[in-house]
Ligand binder design. Structure first.
Ligand code: 5GP
Length: 322
């Protein structure tokens, strides 16, 4: 059968289960999907109920079904587990923190779907790889290994710091050494994708540092917390976001022991709970998830994903290509 013309491609920002939705015109015709799924929309004739099929189901378009249109009647939202993504306006404005390092934990823009397009990265402008994970769950180690095996292919962005250079350090090599005042000005100007304080000195990674690596033809490896995603994704750097999910508590303990770390059981629980929260709040913008069951497996899986960026086009928000 000839494939039907696709109207648009979208990434779903919420989970949908038609058997849970009292408003779907006909439950049997509804299409279940999960947040993060790419949907190919083949009809928007009814603005409330689009027809779509899931990416990967191309060969069997009989799997097409009804999905809620972008503009949902408010009564519908209550039936979705991912309802947080519809709640836009009635949030109390947050008190602005006076600290320059105030952490913005607000989720990304509240959308039901985002329009997506295929993007093939050019050979001389590789997409930065953002490894997202809770602190202390082994993703720094993954980055170290990637850098060690192919130092010409991968690089980290040179961070900024307000501490003074040590004797063998050169400005622009280990760090960009800057004054606290300069750092804070850049921070308020939104020039850092992440920052933190350590022993009374400020540290941070600027978008310009990442861009410098991209322009050099190498793949910039970033270890980030979810709070950095919003800025990074709006920066035109086109990051590829990999969530490094912790394994079971017991496995995580073994994993960290291999890095000579001995966390307490409460700390392990905390890492796993944190990861669950990250997944809940930001899962829709993860391009891939790798469960860190064992260092070797996770390492190979991440490498495979990175190699695929050279050989296969990937879905990115259409707004990134304008
Ligand atoms: P050092 O001053 O010894 O080079 O680094 C000390 C600590 O500063 C590191 O262990 C790390 O916690 C923090 N740090 C170094 N670079 C960065 C960075 O780019 N961002 C953030 N947030 N912290 C950093």
């Amino acid at each position: 059968a000839p494939h039907r013309q696709t109207v648009m491609h979208v990434r779903a920002y919420f989970d949908y289960d038609p058997s849970d939705d009292p408003f779907v015109p006909c439950r049997e015709l509804g299409l279940a999907f999960q947040k993060g799924d790419i949907l190919h929309v083949i009809s928007q004739d009814d603005p409330n109920w689009w027809q779509a099929y899931r990416d990967g189901d191309e060969e069997n378009q009989l799997l097409a079904g009804l999905v809620p249109g972008r503009i949902l009647p408010s009564r519908v939202t209550a039936s979705f587990s991912g309802k947080r993504w519809y709640v836009k306006k009635n949030k109390k404005p947050k008190k602005k923190s006076t600290s320059p390092l105030s952490k913005n934990t607000e989720p990304d823009e509240v959308l039901t779907y985002e329009e997506m397009s295929l993007y093939h990265q050019p050979a001389n402008r590789k997409r930065p790889i953002a490894l997202i994970a809770p602190t202390n769950s082994g993703h720094d180690e993954l980055r170290r290994r990637l850098l060690a095996v192919e130092p010409d292919k991968f690089a980290v962005a040179v961070p900024h710091t307000t501490r003074s250079p040590r004797i063998h350090e050169r400005n622009g090599r280990e760090y960009h050494f800057v004054s606290r005042q300069g750092f804070e000005a850049d921070l308020s100007a939104g020039k850092f994708i992440e920052s933190g304080e350590y022993e009374k000195n400020l540290y941070g990674t600027s978008t310009d540092s990442v861009r410098h690596v991209v322009n050099s033809g190498r793949i910039c490896l970033l270890c980030l917390h979810t709070r950095s995603l919003r800025l990074l994704r709006s920066s035109n750097l086109k990051p590829f976001v990999i969530f490094i999910a912790p394994p079971s508590q017991e496995r995580l303990r073994t994993l960290l022991a291999s890095e000579r770390k001995t966390p307490k059981p409460e700390e392990l629980k905390e890492v796993i709970e944190k990861a669950r929260e990250m997944e809940q709040d930001f899962g829709h913008v993860f391009d891939a998830t790798v469960v860190n069951v064992a260092p070797n497996e996770a390492f190979f899986e991440v490498r495979k994903l990175i190699e695929k960026l050279d050989t296969e086009p990937q879905w990115v928000p259409t707004s990134w290509l304008c």
